[in-house]
Design a protein around this ligand. Structure first.
Ligand code: SF4
Ligand code: SF4
Length: 60
């Protein structure tokens, strides 16, 4: 199962991953962007490509 991992040290909270993910895997919780439904991930890697801080790695 693909699984996106956000590095919280790199993430600036821009929300691009929240917008681009077709499966609504990410969400904002208390002002921080986190994975809220990683089981929905289809491994498209759009988030990895879109993230301006190179903070997301999608594991296979
Ligand atoms: S796109 Fe990258 S920097 Fe922006 S909120 Fe998502 S993980 Fe953080
Ligand atoms: S790989 Fe695709 S489906 Fe998975 S979290 Fe990233 S954008 Fe969403």
């Amino acid at each position: 199962m693909p699984k996106p991992i956000i590095d919280p040290k790199k993430c600036n909270g821009c929300g691009e991953c929240v917008k681009i993910c077709p499966k609504e895997v990410f969400g904002k919780v208390k002002g921080k962007v986190v994975t809220v439904d990683e089981n929905e991930c289809i491994g498209c890697r759009a988030c990895e490509v879109q993230c301006p801080k190179d903070a997301i790695k999608v594991q296979d």
